[in-house]
Ligand binder design. Sequence first.
Ligand code: NAI
Length: 299
Amino acid sequence: TTSSTASAISRITVIGGGQMGSGIAQVAATYKHSVTLVDVSQEALDRGKGYITKSLKRVAKKKFEGEQAQTAFVDEVLGRISLSTKPDAAVSKADLVVEAVVENIKVKQDLFARLAAHAPATAVLASNTSSLPITKIAEPLGADVKQRFIGLHFFNPVPQMKLVEVVRTEAADKQTVDSAVEFVRAIGKAPALCQDTPGFIVNRLLLPYMMEAIRLLERGVASPRDIDTAMKLGAGYPMGPFELCDYVGLDTIKFIVDGWYREGEGLQGNPLFRPSAKLDELVANGHLGVKTGKGFYEY
Ligand code: NAI
């Protein structure tokens, strides 16, 4: 049609079946979409399917009484997810492709060049990157593809977190933005529309907050426990900044903040993101947070 309104998205291909990709596949399938999940090996796909099954069982327990109804729900949702190690074939009928592979610009650029050649000429292409510019990922692509390219930034854990940042580049057309927003609503999430700038909305505000909390600690103002208690009970945050740092991973925080300080568009040398000796020391010693059993706290 010649309509400029959003076209409905029903077939999704998710590339990368790790923490984020499996969550995105799960949620899309829960809301009746037909999903193909792609990863590099059958082993990775089985792991992804394992995460999804475990998470769906938890959802089913809350949603349904009786084992039979719970099993039926899990099987029904899993039945809408196919697994593939062949990205070219997996995108050939997709309305939307969501990429959630490793956070590496070259890997993402090469992947999208390949996907664009095999996906329908009308498909929306999206990246779930947290820290790379969407515009830069799309840079090697032709103008006809750039207008269908967008950021869809989900939050971890995907099944629980309601927000998706919809990141529009200068090149994205209105129909692409509308389709993306409509898709986000159709999978039970809330879209927040945002321009392609470092950290989008949430991380641009959260990282300075986390870094300032670490600097309070460095100056000896208060302990992590007292700072966390203060922000939870005084500002109504569900987690304190140190609990959040440990949950996200201190290596991830350092990676993002150092990148912005060095070369973030409009952020270079911004003192909000200058290195912290405390953070550097924890990361150097392999204390990365919950995932290693120790960060600001012990687990
Ligand atoms: P992960 O390491 O859990 O999963 C990545 C998956 O991609 C792995 O299963 C890997 O085998 C697969 N993969 C790598 N290269 C591939 C390729 N060429 N083709 C197909 N599959 C490939 O990583 P995670 O945490 O799921 O992150 C993925 C993306 O999501 C990254 O861009 C990250 O910045 C972004 N993100 C991560 C969040 C988080 O809290 N972990 C939050 C929001 C976004």
